[in-house]
Design a protein. Structure first.
Lengths: 105, 105
DNA sequence: GGTTACTGCAACCACATAGTTGCATTAACC
DNA sequence: GGTTAATGCAACTATGTGGTTGCAGTAACC
């Protein structure tokens, strides 16, 4: 994953309400209306958040009867985690090299 | 790491300019003024971004002469990546269970 | 087939924040 | 010790966005 596809994912994850939606979905698929019943925001606000989450493939939607259920996708998280880990490891390596030089070894 | 400390880190990572700062710092420590010379924003804008990054421990600052140099910290990224991976794995497990049930096994 | 429950769209508000300019301050360096 | 190059602080602007209300549309259910 390149960092241009990465940044929108982080932006999506950088909001408390969206996390509460993700956590709620983690306990089971739900529609925007159903989510609105247990979260302290309106259905429309939730619908917007779900659109953001769907744009970056953190959730997917499935029609069930007359409702549109959302499902959380762990795969995107895992991939993002891998990218982060790679970058972090690189920077840590560089930092370690600097420290070694600073200590005159 | 709990998700309340996690969200601000994602918010910090969800901005293109901050990423360009992080990437620039990845090539070597630099001051806000030095970064301003090679990025298309003012020093003050960069200073604000650095404050945000420092708040969530993605960078640290070191005084060198009269300048304040910033250094990127991979450790925070690695830790964040681990948290993400744990959560993603859980959700994937749940999804797999649902699929198994759906397939009637 | 009529009701009703759900989704979709649009306009609007308030606040956060990315960005700017301008000036004050401070402390290296010669 | 004076100059100068760095950081720090403050005010301001503009845009993005999280949130709301209200209404229109649509399709499932009885």
């Amino acid at each position: 994953m390149t960092t241009n596809t990465l940044v929108p994912v982080f932006a999506a994850l950088g909001d408390e309400t969206r996390w509460s939606i993700l956590v709620a979905l983690g306990e089971g698929d739900a529609s925007a209306s159903a989510l609105a019943e247990r979260l302290p925001v309106t259905r429309q606000a939730i619908a917007k958040h779900l659109a953001v989450l769907q744009d970056v493939q953190l959730v997917e939607s499935v029609r069930v009867g007359r409702e549109l259920r959302y499902r959380v996708l762990g795969a995107q998280l895992s991939e993002t985690a891998r990218s982060l880990d790679r970058i972090g490891a690189e920077w840590e390596r560089r930092l370690a090299a600097i420290k070694r030089i600073a200590e005159g070894l």
